[in-house]
Design a protein around this ligand. Sequence first.
Ligand code: ZN
Length: 416
Amino acid sequence: MEAVSDNGRSGLGGMGTGRSAVTATVAFDGFRFLAGGATVLIEGTRIVDVLPAAAGSPDGWEVLSAAAILPGLIDTHVHLVGSGEPDALRVDIDRTAEQRAEVIERSLAQQLAAGVTTVRDLGDTDWAVGERGARPGEPTVLSSGPPITIPGGHCAAMGGTAAGTDQLRAAVAERAERGADIVKIMVSGGAMTAGSNLLALQYSEDDVRLVVDEAHRRGLAVTAHAHSLESVRLCLRAGVDAIEHCSCLTETGVVDPPDLGGALARSEVLVTPTFGRLPELAPSPQAEALSRATGFSLADRFTQVGGFHRAGVRLSAGSDAGIHPAKPHGVLPLSVLELVGCGLPVADALATATGAAAEGIGLAGHGVLRRGARADLLLLDGDPATDPAALLRPDTIILAGTPITAPVSGGSPTPS
Ligand SMILES: [Zn+2]
């Protein structure tokens, strides 16, 4: 299900003609900065042209200007049922369906306030996100439904357990029937489930290959949660389309074997390191325990991911938003800044949250300033090329042609 929230309004607040022009001297098109900025012409919910800023705006079009313009951001890894409290995914299990629906609505509002106009949910409970449907004024939502995991395994309480050939086949069939946009499988253990071992494999290579074959036969891609080096290598052999976390952990911390970046690059697998956290907050107790047990450090991961980029690995900035206090919804811009810290040029880091993210999740017509694309735009009051932190200061967010004024701090965005 692609829950596109085209809201039927007539563009830029419906001021008169429904034809509007957004102009900025700095413009990023989803992959690169456009020399001389751009004027983006919008009719209804779509971009109808992208002109040099110097070309000016056609007569009779409403004009909005900003310091910088870029596509609305795409977070390829969120958990909308998590509201950023400690142990959020466990807390969610005890909610009523009504309470869970409120959390999902609030999570989407927080994402939008940060300039995120598309999210991909990689783990809900009881299909709460997958079967919710599109709502006007909200980001576009793609979703996996509950992740496939072993009984008692990582995130098993979300309702997606399957073991053995018959159950795995049935699990993929169920996802296709319910309209999931992607199949998510937990190949290694995870930090946020008590008793789960990150370094342990949950499935065999044959199991993962079966899931990949069944999903591909039904036109669905597969993304794998994989923390350990062993699980990452298994995923590559089994032919998954994407790897979440990809921490390459061993008992002695994060490793980056010389052949791995090249192997990930050649496979064209989309790697989402799930960076992005509020720097002022302590890491989760689970992350601290992991550091004590294995010597894991974020600094090692930044070095590793910088190396992945140099090796040509496809990266997405997806943040794992919602799972604990340091990862609230809307944390994606901080993930982009951390990727800059890994050594990615600013344009490449921005692409991991716009054009390359859309391409990586197979979402055509999103994440780009291009004729025919959906008019999801982020307007900034500074130049992200020279000041990447400008990304933390959205000026105006345009969702399917309709401007949303960013709140001064926190809270929900309001249509302007
Ligand atoms: Zn996750």
